[in-house]
Ligand binder design. Structure first.
Ligand SMILES: [Zn+2]
Length: 255
């Protein structure tokens, strides 16, 4: 039992009842770029300035940067579509003391289903999304050896990597895989299941989490913009060439 930290969600039976009572799927998706078909824009806007505090902002940008690129982790989460779930969860996070130092994050209450009408991507968001002010997410200074040894998967809980894994774990509760099942099963009542879930997320995202130390969010965005601009320029050039060819063909038409 290496991972002593239980940061799962505490689901209740209300959830299935809620689906029966309210089977309609919400179409109003928070934080999406539905109105734009511009490939230069990420699938969901960057909400850094609206995120609670520096620690939350940092993990938001880390997870956003992972999903912005095509990699094993982003594919596990459904690609760039997952950005709107990051936005949805991050904008609903509240910092609160849960009086249990073992809990890092908690999602609870009823949940709502969302569907992006353009992409068809679906996910859920819980009513309450809490980061424990007294938990491993915020413990930057460990005063005892026991506290220092708390781990999230392979990482210390209060490190950049540990926080990212905590956030990715919670996000995996909100999205389904190709088989129609949640990426990880509910684990609010089972520490063992929570640990297995963390392992599954880490198995898919380990490389990206380990790369975070060398990732700079603003540089990543600038690089993406530059590459998209180059692609757009090449596309325009091709269109221009096609127009020239069409004109040439027209000029060569026999009268
Ligand atoms: Zn969990």
């Amino acid at each position: 039992m290496r991972n002593k930290i239980h940061f799962g969600i505490f689901e209740t039976t209300i959830f299935s009842l809620f689906l029966l009572v309210n089977p309609s799927i919400r179409a109003g998706v928070p934080g999406t770029n539905d109105s734009t078909g511009d490939d230069a824009e990420p699938r969901a806007p960057i909400l850094s300035e609206k995120i609670g505090d520096a620690v939350q902002r940092s993990v938001y940008e880390d997870v956003y940067s992972i999903f912005l690129e095509s990699n094993n982790c982003s594919r596990f989460f459904g690609g760039e579509n997952a950005l709107e779930v990051v936005n949805g969860l991050s904008s609903m996070l509240t910092r609160k003391n849960l009086n249990d130092p073992q809990v890092g994050m908690m999602m609870t209450g009823t949940y709502s289903n969302f569907k992006n009408m353009r992409t068809g991507f679906t996910y859920r968001l819980f009513e309450k999304n809490i980061i424990n002010a007294d938990g491993p997410f915020y413990h930057e200074v460990c005063s005892t050896s026991r506290e220092c040894s708390r781990r999230i998967g392979s990482f210390l809980g209060f490190t950049r990597e540990g926080r990212a894994l905590m956030m990715l774990h919670e996000l995996a509760h909100l999205m389904k895989g190709a088989d129609g099942k949640w990426l990880i099963p509910d684990d609010g009542k089972s520490e063992r299941q929570s640990e297995a879930n963390t392992s599954k997320v880490e198995d898919n995202c380990s490389a990206q989490i380990r790369q975070l130390a060398s990732t700079h969010f603003t540089e990543l965005l600038a690089a993406r913009k530059a590459s998209t601009n180059t692609e757009a320029a090449l596309k325009n050039r091709t269109n221009e060439d096609l127009t020239k060819q069409a004109l040439l063909a027209e000029l060569m038409l026999p009268y």
